[in-house]
Design a protein around this ligand. Structure first.
Ligand SMILES: [Zn+2]
Length: 230
């Protein structure tokens, strides 16, 4: 039998514990063409874009999550999920191949679920950022910026509360993201502050690539300013 790019996997819902099917992509079909300055991986073929399948949507209760969600539910949270999500949910499946619009809906459901569950700001920021990337693919600039703004503000919350500790995100990466997303939003003041904060870390960092990216993007922003001033 010939291998297809997509396959189905069974997932257990973190909330209601029932099982449901979700689609995943075989990595051998996933081809990255390049990476954008906010780490969006650009794939050669959007038919095989793994971003579409990061979110697991429970068809039974509507609770939606990613592998980054913790298994822990604080007291009272399960009741709140029931009230804010499950009672409004008409059971339907997101388990097959997804269109980009279905992928966006899945991220929005995960954003709501993560917010109600009080996941870390850094995790919810990642959901908002990926929603922005999908709107970028769809060339919907207005919605892209709306979600870039949400992500930037959540990364700022994460930076202040240091809730990124123990995750894949380092302090330098959070600083870089705040700077770069601010640049994309046209918030030069915040972008300048955080690009320089990133570059200040160049003697102590183990991530020299990020320092280089910060320098490049800061230069790019300065160029844009000069152009604008002419
Ligand atoms: Zn469920």
């Amino acid at each position: 039998m010939e291998l297809t790019p997509h396959y189905q996997k069974e997932i257990e819902c973190l909330h209601c514990k029932k099982k449901f099917k979700t689609t995943k992509l075989r990595s051998k079909f996933v081809k990255v063409e390049k990476q954008e300055s906010d780490f969006q991986p650009v794939y050669l073929n959007n038919e095989a874009n793994p971003l579409f399948y990061n979110v697991f949507v429970c068809e039974h209760c509507g609770f939606s999550f990613t592998e980054d969600f913790t298994k822990y539910f604080a007291p009272g949270v399960k009741e709140e999920i029931q009230e804010k999500i499950s009672t409004n949910w008409t059971p339907h499946s997101f388990g097959d191949e997804r269109t980009i619009d279905q992928a966006i809906s899945a991220y929005k459901l995960a954003y709501l679920s993560g917010t109600v569950k009080k996941e870390k700001a850094v995790a919810i920021a990642g959901l908002a950022l990926r929603t922005a990337w999908l709107y970028r693919i769809n060339k919907n600039h207005e919605q892209e910026l709306r979600f870039i703004s949400i992500a930037r503000n959540l990364y700022s919350d994460s930076y202040s509360s240091e809730d990124y500790a123990g995750t894949q995100m380092s302090e330098l990466r959070i600083i870089y993201m705040i700077a770069e997303l601010s640049r994309r939003l046209g918030d030069r003041e915040q972008a300048t502050r955080f690009f320089s904060r990133a570059i200040e870390k160049q003697s102590s960092t183990v991530e020299p690539k990020l320092i280089e990216m910060a320098k490049e993007q800061w230069q790019l922003m300065r160029g844009e300013k000069e152009k604008g001033a002419q």
